[in-house]
Write a protein that binds this ligand. Structure first.
Ligand code: M6R
Length: 368
């Protein structure tokens, strides 16, 4: 059942190209993005004037990624909220608010309560879920299923990538409803998404290099992760993976925050993983990160750089370089997350921990 893999998580990492392809399949037809269930009218979707994404853990990180895409494609304000915070605040919601609830299991207690709270306030709820007929989609006005297949490993991998893809589809569905993207532009964005399974497959060929690195840094006390723009949620996800699997102190930061505190943590030999944006995307983002890396390297950090293949500028500052294929900026999390999953799993394995069942954690958090 583990298909020759030592752990389910490693199998699930390998299944990511297929999980992405399955999630995209059937969601674009006749030139339009299609949801699985839609109990709200097209008019209601068109009238949405604010989006909240609510979720927990990795699903929350997938929402942070979505914010960049939805704001850009739909020109709508997007707030991303931890479900456990959202539900105990007094968020401003009305009929024109779309709440996107992202949950692999569809049973997470806090996310479910956030959905109930949103509906009481008359907001519309769209669920992004990996489990057919789970409670969250049952209580939502619209549903887009990720088709990642069952995920056994407690650490989310293929479900996380599928959530990112599904959130992009939600963004495109909104852009199509609002007319902020022409049909041919929606089709082009979808075609770019369809190229992602092959790009992820390519990243999987670097697994041996990443595992070797994982073994070499397995006795570190802490690891920091830095990113900007969509690379920031990837940094948070990389840190979460390492905490939950390797029980190691790990923090993800927005690289622009370094000078506002975190740079004080840098000491000789501290591994710092940096998620580089494409040099062909927004030049300013790339150059800002190059200067961040040079600053932390000068202070003794051991820099582990995830960068687009052919990015020569970054080479002198990378003590370890992990190359990922060139993809559009907004889609980069789908490739840059993969080495971080492998890294965390290998560090955990080297430290002798059960990669599929980390201590103190359950796959689905149905109590608060
Ligand atoms: O089933 P859900 O997507 O609602 O679960 C949310 C989180 O509990 C989950 O993503 C958790 O953070 C994972 N263990 C992370 O790897």
């Amino acid at each position: 059942e583990k298909g020759g893999h030592e752990y389910f998580m490693l199998k699930e990492i390998d299944e990511q190209p297929e999980a992405l392809a399955n999630t995209l399949r059937g969601h674009f037809d006749g030139g339009r993005i299609i949801l699985d269930e839609q109990r709200i009218s097209d008019q209601d979707l068109r009238d949405v004037d604010k989006v909240f994404v609510v979720a927990c853990g990795s699903a929350y990180h997938s929402g942070l990624v979505a914010k960049y895409a939805i704001e850009h494609w739909c020109r709508l304000p997007v707030e991303v909220e931890l479900a456990s915070e959202f539900r105990y605040r007094d968020p401003v919601l009305d009929r024109a608010t779309l709440v996107v609830a992202v949950s692999q299991s569809g049973e997470t207690a806090d996310t479910l309560e956030a959905v109930r709270h949103a509906r009481e306030q008359k907001a519309r709820v769209l669920a992004v879920c990996n489990t057919n007929g789970a409670q969250i989609p049952r209580e939502s006005d619209a549903v887009l299923y990720t088709h990642a297949g069952p995920e056994i490993g407690v650490a989310s991998t293929k479900a996380f990538l599928a959530q990112i893809a599904a959130n992009y589809l939600v963004g495109l569905a909104l852009a199509q409803a609002r007319g902020t993207k022409y049909p041919d532009e929606v089709a082009r964005e979808f075609a770019e998404l369809e190229a992602m399974p092959a790009a992820v497959q390519k990243v999987l060929s670097t697994v041996d290099q990443v595992r070797d690195l994982g073994r070499r840094i397995a006795d570190s006390k802490a690891v920091l992760f830095l990113g900007r723009h969509v690379g920031f949620p990837v940094a948070l996800e990389g840190a979460l993976k390492l905490k939950e699997l390797a029980y190691m102190h790990a923090e993800g930061f927005a690289a622009g925050e370094l000078k506002h505190g975190p740079i004080a943590l840098i000491e000789e030999g501290l591994p710092v993983v940096v998620v580089m944006p494409s040099p062909k995307g927004r030049a300013v983002l790339h150059s800002k990160l190059v200067s961040n890396i040079s600053e932390i390297q000068a202070r003794g950090a051991r820099t582990i750089v995830i960068a687009e293949e052919g990015d020569e500028t970054v080479r002198p500052f990378a003590d370890e370089l992990i190359e990922i294929p060139a993809v559009p900026t907004l889609l980069q999390p789908l490739v840059s997350t993969v080495p971080l999953q492998v890294l965390a799993a290998e560090i955990a394995r080297t430290r002798g921990y059960d990669v599929d069942k980390p201590r103190n954690l359950a796959k689905s958090v149905t109590v608060e």
